[in-house]
Design a protein around this ligand. Sequence first.
Ligand code: HEC
Length: 185
Amino acid sequence: MLRYCFILFLAIAHAAFAEVTQSEPYGLGRPVNSDEIAAWDIDVRPDGLGLPRGMGSVQQGARTYARKCASCHGTNGVEGPFDVLVGRLPGDIFPFARKPGTIKTIGNYWPYTTTIFDYINRAMPFEAPGSLSTGEVYSLVAYLLYRNDIVAADTVLSAENLATIAMPARHRFVPDDRRGGSEVH
Ligand code: HEC
């Protein structure tokens, strides 16, 4: 009798499970539309793929920076109280491995302009991430590159030219294509 009960239990369990899996696997989630995907799909790649249409100048960036960024990063991008954004090292040396305490800035460390765009676009200002317009982000990148002596004062950045600007520390970074071996820890 016990054996028949067990088999019956298995049959019921199987039927119940089959019903769930056949209709809605776990009853979780819902279809998303293309607008919802677009709102999340904002990453920008080093070659510029993913950059939205828009543009912004150094001059516009200076105004936006003073209003929305200077309180945390300082009037000149060096005073803080939070991260220092401006500064090159003499001869563009790269002493970070030897002197780990060296402050990393956009000018002495960041290898791609597109990462500056992506970071500001998704994360700044700290208390209101996602609140900047595309034009504001382009202009802030232009202004910060200007302050780091990377572009001229009359620069206008857009999806067409942002990725073409070479960063001073670009050649310090190489793809890690190692495959196994003792060198991988
Ligand atoms: C309320 C304070 C605050 C404001 C306003 C603010 N930031 Fe920041 N910012 C921070 C903090 C804190 C960090 C470090 C975040 C972390 O490491 O997770 C940061 C980090 C950054 C970084 C990365 C620095 C690095 O080298 O890692 C950039 C670039 C940046 N902010 C740009 C901006 C810009 C542009 C604005 C104006 C639109 C802005 N921030 C406004 C607080 C602020």
